[in-house]
Design a binder for this molecule. Structure first.
Ligand code: AMP
Length: 509
């Protein structure tokens, strides 16, 4: 089973359907898309000697060629290694080396060649140079276990690891989408506003399978107004957005009086969406939000929370349900384990584990990490959470982020939820700091709304009126903005390190 068969079939069934768009401008229909892929496949084999199983790295910003290249690699049985374009060249070079890539594609004139690697520039190439002579007319035939994608993790704890995803993993993940997340039709347009090297890129498969449109914004990244313009012009737009992106979209939409016209679905995930932010997003965009919970090791597919549940604010248990990450996806088993890896009943927090056809085959050339992550067929996610009696899973934190203060566990997420509701708080992130008396104490990094001075006492009063006092932050650090990595997540390790290096310092707005 080669995932490129989906493109081949789409081109055969619907050759004239619009496929690739740069902004609102169509640059290929499905026939043209597949023809370009075959042309690039020819180049991979005849110019670069790519053979089945060879890795081909992509270090490029989002572009239509990104999709064409990936499918070309799969067409000839190769393995794509998409690298986040925001990484430093040395980090990208490390990944290229680690993956033992045969060829690297870059753009923006970034030509560099670790280990004398063949390095090809995609930017500025003519879209018409196609030589399909001699290229295989159908995708390379392989079984579902054949490696398709080396998905390098964000590496917030040490070196990034190459998650090995097979064609079978990608197919299972994609088939879950219309079942558990959102129906897809040929009229849809998926917009790639987040890096295609990561979560956003995974949405392409089901949209190729259904013959839908693929849109790369002209900015090749995320700009809220551009996105609103595209949605209004193209209609039926779906996009993946990390919670920080949703927050920025809400702010911008409110400034210009936009209410989600042309957007079909905003899929959010990848980091916690606080209740306060979700409420604002729903008030601004209406019933257009769906949540997924996954990780590179089981991409997009651990659990999902439906549009209907998110939008149903009349339900008495609404706050509880939307604070969860929904119910387990159809194709996986999800359980919660104690530290001895025994299954825990509903209500008890422990490590979340996943089993099923979406789970990775291991980490590339890293047996130690593979053995730690895959135990008896279960993927240990490193996330802590609990099920309720109705099967809704609530995430509390990453295992390593839990704060143990005076022997009690404090989950930063619950502290963040309470502070995020404070009317003068714009953003918040909570971490633990070493404390001689308590072992660890709770520290809150806070960004005030409009950067107005915020009173610590008012935050403490707000907090103790809503949550156990032992969980209250012992220290507040006011910042003008929270640091974010290139996936829009706040790197808690960096905040902890900052506290270690600057103990006792308090930065005022
Ligand atoms: P990555 O592999 O970089 O996509 O990161 C995956 C991690 O992001 C997960 O293990 C979770 O800790 C976090 N995450 C993913 N989806 C959600 C979600 N819906 N809510 C909260 N955290 C999430």
């Amino acid at each position: 089973m080669n995932i490129a068969n989906w493109l081949h079939a789409a081109a055969q069934c619907w050759p004239g359907r619009p496929a690739l768009f740069e902004g609102a401008r169509q640059v290929a229909d499905y026939q043209g898309f597949a023809a370009r892929v075959r042309g690039l496949a020819h180049e991979l084999v005849h110019q670069h000697g790519v053979e089945p199983g060879d890795r081909v790295a992509l270090f490029m910003k989002n572009c239509c060629e990104y999709l064409e290249l990936m499918y070309a690699v799969w067409w000839v049985g190769g393995v794509v290694v998409p690298i986040n374009c925001k990484l430093h060249r040395s980090e990208a070079g490390w990944i290229v080396d680690n993956a033992q890539a045969r060829v690297l594609f870059t753009d923006d004139g970034q030509v560099f060649a670790p280990n004398e690697l063949a390095c090809r520039e995609m930017a500025g190439r003519s879209r018409t140079t196609i030589d399909v002579g001699g290229v295989q007319p159908v995708p390379y035939s392989c079984n579902a276990d054949h490696l398709a994608w080396l998905f390098y993790t964000s590496g917030t704890t040490g070196r990034s690891k190459g998650v090995m995803l097979s064609h079978g993993n990608l197919a299972a993940m994609s088939l879950c989408y219309p079942l558990d997340v959102d129906a897809v039709s040929a009229l849809d347009a998926v917009v790639y506003a987040a890096p295609m090297s990561h979560g956003a890129g995974l949405y392409n498969f089901i949209h190729v399978r259904c013959g839908a449109r693929h849109v790369v914004p002209e900015s090749r990244g995320f700009k809220a107004d551009e996105l609103f313009g595209l949605a209004t012009q193209l209609g039926n737009v779906t996009l993946f957005a990390a919670p920080t992106m949703v927050k920025r979209m809400v702010e911008q939409a409110r400034c210009i009086g936009y209410a989600g016209e042309g957007i079909k679905t905003i899929v959010y995930g990848g980091a916690p969406m606080y209740l306060a932010d979700l409420q604002e997003a729903l008030s601004t965009f209406g019933p257009r939000l769906v949540q997924i919970y996954g990780q590179g090791e089981s991409p997009m597919t651990i659990s999902a929370l439906s549009r209907e549940l998110i939008a149903d604010r009349e339900r008495p248990d609404w706050s509880r349900i939307v604070s969860s990450v929904g119910r387990a996806h159809a194709c996986v088993d999800v359980c919660v384990l104690d530290t001895q890896l025994h299954s825990l009943p509903a209500g008890q927090p422990g490590q979340i584990a996943v089993r099923g056809p979406t789970v990775m085959h291991g980490y590339w050339r890293n047996e130690v990490a593979t053995r730690e992550a895959l135990v008896d067929g279960w993927l240990l996610t490193g996330d802590i959470g609990y099920f309720d009696d109705h099967g809704y899973l609530t995430l509390t934190d990453r295992c390593k982020d839990v704060i143990i203060s005076g022997g009690s566990n404090v989950y930063p997420r619950e502290v963040e939820e309470v502070l995020a509701l404070h009317p003068e708080v714009f953003e918040v992130c909570v971490v633990g700091e070493a404390d001689e008396e308590w072992g660890e104490s709770v520290v809150a990094f806070v960004v005030a709304r409009d950067n107005q001075p915020l009173d610590e006492r008012s935050l403490t009063a707000w907090f103790v009126a809503r949550m156990a006092s032992f969980k209250k932050p012992k220290k507040y650090v006011f910042l003008t903005e929270l640091p974010k990595n290139s996936y829009g997540k706040v790197p808690k390790t960096a905040l902890r390190q900052w506290l270690q290096e600057a103990p006792g310092t308090v930065v005022s707005p």
